[in-house]
Design a protein around this ligand. Structure first.
Ligand code: PNS
Length: 164
């Protein structure tokens, strides 16, 4: 049987402890896991793609079967290019379900050979999202418990440089 390879795609702006929990679970299920950051020119992100990739690499460097990459265009095309068998996505709550269900069905329509696998993070991470992390940061709150140390450090640097 061919080796199992999953793509874990997302914006990761920024990576949270919930994302890391999913990566942890994914790399135990699949022989190889590629965390793929979408290059989305329409959005104005908090962190550049290079910064996000860098933080992801620092947070996952101890995991031998995890790599970090970027992609543009359709996810299913990227997955085919990397010869992946699965797309990994996290579901935290019912509110995620609509969007994830629609995306999984559309990806399946576009490329019937690729399966979407959903995993739940630990219960303690179900309320964390990158959007809320950005909002708390912008309003001066602490996100220390929500993100890996490297992200917290970068956010503190950002806060300092924006005050200068
Ligand atoms: O972390 P996000 O922002 O929820 O991730 C969304 C992502 C990157 C998985 C999704 O927007 C995506 O796959 N974009 C690539 C373009 C694409 O394939 N669109 C059709 C999806 S059905």
């Amino acid at each position: 049987m061919a080796e199992t390879l999953a793509i874990y795609p997302g914006s990761f702006d920024p990576i949270t402890k919930g994302h890391l929990d999913l990566i942890d679970r994914g790399c135990r299920l699949f022989e190889n896991l590629i965390v793929a950051v979408l290059i989305n020119l329409d959005k104005e992100p908090l962190f550049s793609v290079d910064e996000r990739v860098d933080m992801l690499r620092q947070s996952t460097q101890h995991k031998k079967n995890v790599s970090v990459d970027t992609f543009t265009g359709l996810l299913v095309d990227y997955a085919a290019k990397r010869k992946a068998n699965a797309i990994l996505r996290g579901i935290r709550a019912f509110s995620d379900y609509d969007y994830e269900f629609q995306m999984a069905l559309m990806n399946h329509k576009l490329s019937p050979n690729i399966e979407t696998v959903f995993l739940m993070p630990a219960e303690s991470y179900t309320y964390i999202s990158s959007r809320l992390v950005r909002e708390i940061f912008r309003l001066g709150g602490s996100v220390k418990d929500l993100v890996p140390p490297v992200v917290d450090e970068r956010l503190r640097q950002k806060a300092l440089t924006s005050k200068e």
